[in-house]
Write a protein that binds this ligand. Structure first.
Ligand SMILES: NC(=O)c1ccc[n+]([C@@H]2O[C@H](COP(=O)([O-])OP(=O)(O)OC[C@H]3O[C@@H](n4cnc5c(N)ncnc54)[C@H](O)[C@@H]3O)[C@@H](O)[C@H]2O)c1
Length: 325
């Protein structure tokens, strides 16, 4: 592929996340063209394909194998991530795999091994917070020593309502996994232990509260799936010399009906729009050179290792040590 030609991208899974990626690639990311899409819902695939002038692939495997597709975005459900990422590795194609990289430690370890065998980085895991301007500033402040040595981190991750397929294990493995990735990235320290609890003992066990140990740093993580008022992600790092936190990214203050305050994002697409675009732009640039960017397969594997320990803790009621990576 010459530099002047756009990267020909195929996208698998066209739900909330996949459709958002197709739109962002088409309207906000230079150097990319969505040429093929696939979804098990053929009607949905037809609609999204028509909106950007792409063709509909009959299967995910067919899309990955298509010689006219240079690189692949995987945004289908979690259970499809590792198998499709392995298929991309087998054809030597760069892949942006939505989080999590897999649904078990065995799966994510297999991806890491397959990428090692391929001999170069091809996998990017969709931990888009690493591209969010607020998180990037927070990380720079923490690692640059602005608040001294980090001691505590407080994370809040709230969704208005649960995805219809949400499970108790998925609260850790699909939602909290964002924090399990971002905590080591923010502090430069690996997770060494985790305890996860919920006030609910049956049904969908959420909200969940975790204490995550990163050596000398302790972090709290709240994940709630049904707060109703909107999508709300917060993070504060307390250090020996001060504290630093993300400011709510609201652009508007609204005064109405006797109340004044900030507008809360409706969902992840609104809150992290800039992060998704920056992530895709970096990925398109890297994939155009046949490589990867952002969170690696090893990062995705590590987050799943910690999530598995969190799930074990939730069911046993005990702290679980996380082996070093
Ligand atoms: N990075 C983020 O912030 C973020 C946010 C939301 C979702 N996600 C991830 O994106 C993925 C999709 O989530 P969503 O919210 O878009 O879900 P969704 O339910 O809105 O969409 C899933 C889509 O995948 C399709 N699908 C189901 N099985 C498929 C298969 N075998 N092959 C191809 N398509 C298939 C469905 O028909 C649907 O259109 C999940 O893995 C989720 O973890 C990431």
């Amino acid at each position: 592929m010459s530099q002047a030609e756009p990267l020909r991208v195929g996208v698998v899974g066209l739900g909330a996340m996949g459709a958002e990626h197709v739109l962002a690639l088409s309207e906000h990311v230079p150097g990319a063209q969505v040429v093929a899409v696939h979804d098990v819902d053929a009607h949905r695939a037809g609609e999204v394909a028509a909106s950007v002038g792409a063709r509909v692939a009959g299967s995910a495997e067919g899309l990955v194998a298509d010689a006219d597709v240079d690189a692949v975005v995987v945004a289908s459900p979690d259970r499809t991530h590792a198998p499709l990422t392995l298929a991309c590795l087998a054809t030597g194609k760069p892949v942006l795999c939505e989080k999590p990289l897999g649904v078990s430690v065995a799966e994510t370890a297999q991806v890491v091994a397959a990428e090692e065998a391929a001999g170069r980085r091809l996998v990017t895991v969709g931990f888009m917070r690493r591209f969010d301007p607020g998180y990037l500033e927070l990380r720079e402040a923490v690692l640059g020593g602005r608040v001294g040595e980090p001691v505590l981190v407080h994370c809040v991750h709230r969704n208005a309502s649960p995805h219809p397929d949400a499970t108790t294990e998925g609260v850790v493995g699909n939602s909290m996994v964002h924090e399990l990735d971002i905590l080591p990235w923010l502090t430069g320290l690996p997770v060494t232990g985790i305890e996860v609890r919920s006030p609910r003992s049956e049904g969908l066990r959420e909200p969940q509260l975790a204490v995550v140990e990163l050596g000398r740093v302790l972090a709290t993580v709240e994940v709630s799936l049904s707060v109703r008022y909107g999508y709300d992600v917060r993070c504060e790092v307390v250090g020996t010399e001060g504290a630093v936190s993300l400011r709510p990214p609201a652009r508007l203050d609204v005064a109405r009906d006797g109340r004044a305050g900030v507008v809360v994002a409706a969902d992840f697409r609104e809150r992290f729009a800039e992060a998704y675009r920056a992530e895709l732009a970096a990925w398109v640039a890297a994939a155009g050179r046949g490589g990867a960017t952002g969170a690696s397969a090893e990062d995705g594997h590590r987050a799943t290792v910690v999530a598995a320990a969190g799930i074990e803790s939730l069911s046993s009621g005990r702290r679980v040590a996380v082996p070093p990576g």
